[in-house]
Write a protein that binds this ligand. Structure first.
Ligand SMILES: Nc1nc2c(c(=O)[nH]1)N[C@H]1C(S)=C(S)[C@@H](COP(=O)(O)O)O[C@H]1N2
Ligand SMILES: [Mo]
Length: 542
């Protein structure tokens, strides 16, 4: 007797596994639209993976995939799921219940990941994974049943433990008709499931993306008031016109993005609230977005830098920010800096996605332009850069100062609390290191002999750049021409015309800040408090 030749059954069982996986993800997507988009299993597992990524691997991912790191992560998770679904499908051919139970196990993993995220506040976050895996397990059970069924068989399930349709012992229940698998049943069930999954998945997707509509509408309605204290106009000599150099002001669309969010938070400004509370706060305060708009705003040019930026790397940008001076707000609620006897030395900013970022209260209140930023280059903050409100503190790396999607400010101490990245072995305090970068020529460029313009940017936020020097091969340091300084909180462009001679050359740059500190030659990793070393570019002059 011949039920179904192995040759067809094996791929069909693998296909069943894939369809079960697809159904699970589709149902999960649909249910996540009713819970919240971040609770979907791929996002949850991806987020949990990010939380647990060792710093070295995180840096490697940022280096190699840049801002695509999250896309790569999610595609990786999907590829792994597809592979495991294939395996479970084949396994189910032999052990139908175990195969189906395997799908449920993935639901458990997804549910645990979703409820363990720092922004998870409700057990409902487990629902998408649970519902999805139930759907997937059920579908796998049914499809494998069709593959192993005899038409007309009362149970429709024999073969679950006896895949070849042979009975090993006892009286043979020899069927009278030639046996075959339930081809019709399988095709109908498989195509119905595939169609339903695609439908549910697309519906879930569109519901999830329309969830942010309130936030988008609230952002479109924002009219940023003109600041009480406008930024000084950018001096005309601050922006050099040299092909290949980073523009002095980084357009919002080109501004680097570094965060852990797989789903960009869409916060509705009209319902946004932020609490200021904690040690030494006499009068805890809850603020609305309107409250912030009504205050005296400042406008400042500030260059933001990421601690994960390698020497010569791209994670630095300069923007014109509009916001509420943070020191004034803190003073109003009774906060004093530690140097004036205040009990709290750390301000912990918490975002809607559970990120925590701790900054020294002393720095925020020392007179620098620390702010709750509402605007970036004349627009309300873009969603990726923290709408409606983020922090910006000149002179500190982003992970200790620049919390996006802000929703809570708590005064505490560095002894009492470690923020997200500090728990992951980054430094508690991290002022930005004095750095410089060659923007042009690019590595491995082949400029013709003659005058070559070497140019780039240098930064030492809140200290200011005093000098930039360039060296060709092992030659003497030559002083570059500095563009006019905007403020000490911004980067500074520099350039040096060089009479290039044919052959291979190494160009190296170093900066000196206003405190006299020379950019150190010592190459240090980004962990724990920012990369050190000189930036070099190798070129060949033709
Ligand atoms: N909520 C939240 N805020 C965050 C982060 C994050 O992961 N989540 N990353 C920080 C880091 S490491 C940096 S360098 C800056 C980057 O800000 P940008 O993406 O607007 O350039 O945001 C900071 N604020
Ligand atoms: Mo960062």
């Amino acid at each position: 007797m011949k039920l179904l030749s192995k040759g067809v059954r094996l791929p069909l069982s693998a296909l069943s596994g894939l369809l079960a996986g697809l159904a699970a993800l589709a149902v999960a997507e649909l249910v996540s639209a009713a819970v919240r988009p971040e609770s979907g299993p791929v996002t949850a597992v991806g987020g949990a993976a990010i939380d647990r990524t060792p710093p070295a691997l995180k840096d490697w991912a940022i280096r190699h995939f840049g801002t695509n790191d999250k896309l790569v992560l999610q595609l990786g998770i999907l590829a792994a799921l597809a592979l495991l679904a294939l395996v479970l499908g084949v396994l189910a051919l032999r052990f139908r219940r175990i195969g189906a139970a395997g799908v449920l196990l993935f639901g458990v993993v997804g549910a645990l990941a979703a409820t363990s995220r720092p922004d998870s506040t409700s057990a409902a976050d487990a629902l998408p994974s649970v519902a999805g895996s139930l759907a997937g397990a059920g579908l796998l059970y049914v499809l494998i049943g069709r593959l192993t069924a005899r038409p007309g068989s009362p149970t429709g399930t024999y073969g679950a433990s006896d895949p070849d349709g042979r009975t090993s012992a006892g009286p043979v229940r020899a069927p009278t008709a030639p046996e075959c698998w339930d081809r019709r049943g399988f095709v109908i069930a498989a195509s119905a499931a595939a169609a339903a999954s695609v439908g549910a998945g697309l519906l879930g997707r569109s519901l999830n993306s329309s969830r942010g509509e309130g936030a988008v509408a609230s952002r479109n309605k924002v009219l940023l008031p003109s600041p009480a204290s406008a930024a000084r106009p950018i001096p005309s000599g601050a922006a050099l016109h040299i092909p290949g150099i980073s523009p002095f002001v980084t357009p919002n669309g080109d501004f680097y993005r570094v965060d852990t969010a797989l789903v960009i938070p869409k916060v509705d400004a009209t319902s946004w609230r932020m609490k200021i509370h904690g040690k030494g706060v006499g009068r805890p305060l809850t603020l609305t977005y309107q409250d912030l708009l009504k205050r005296q705003l400042i406008e400042r040019d500030i260059t933001l830098t990421c601690v994960s930026n390698e020497v010569g790397g791209p994670y630095v940008g300069n923007a014109r920010w509009i916001g509420v001076p943070l020191a004034d707000l803190l003073k109003e609620v009774g906060v004093r800096p530690p140097s004036r006897g205040g009990p709290a030395d750390q301000l912990v900013a918490r975002s809607v996605d559970g990120m925590t970022i701790g900054s020294p209260v002393e720095d925020i209140m020392d007179g620098r332009d620390a702010m709750l930023a509402l605007g970036m280059n004349g627009q309300p903050l873009p969603f990726v850069h923290g709408f409606p409100v983020r922090m910006v503190v000149p002179g500190l790396y982003g992970y200790v100062s620049a919390c996006k999607w802000l929703q809570d400010l708590e005064l505490t101490t560095f002894d009492a609390y470690d923020s997200y990245w500090v728990k992951r072995s980054w430094a508690k305090k991290a002022p930005i290191k004095t750095e410089s970068r060659i923007d042009t020529p690019k590595p491995f460029a082949r400029p013709p002999a003659g005058t070559v313009m070497i140019a780039g940017v240098a930064w030492a936020q809140h200290r200011g750049i005093d000098r930039v020097e360039v060296r060709v091969d092992d030659g003497p340091w030559m002083r570059a021409d500095l563009a006019t300084e905007d403020t000490t909180d911004t980067w500074r462009q520099w350039s040096l015309p060089w009479k290039a001679t044919t052959g291979g050359h190494t160009l190296t740059v170093r900066a000196t800040d206003r405190t006299g500190q020379v950019q150190s030659e010592q190459r240090t990793p980004t962990i724990p408090d920012g990369a050190g070393g000189w930036h070099s570019v190798v070129i060949t002059v033709d």
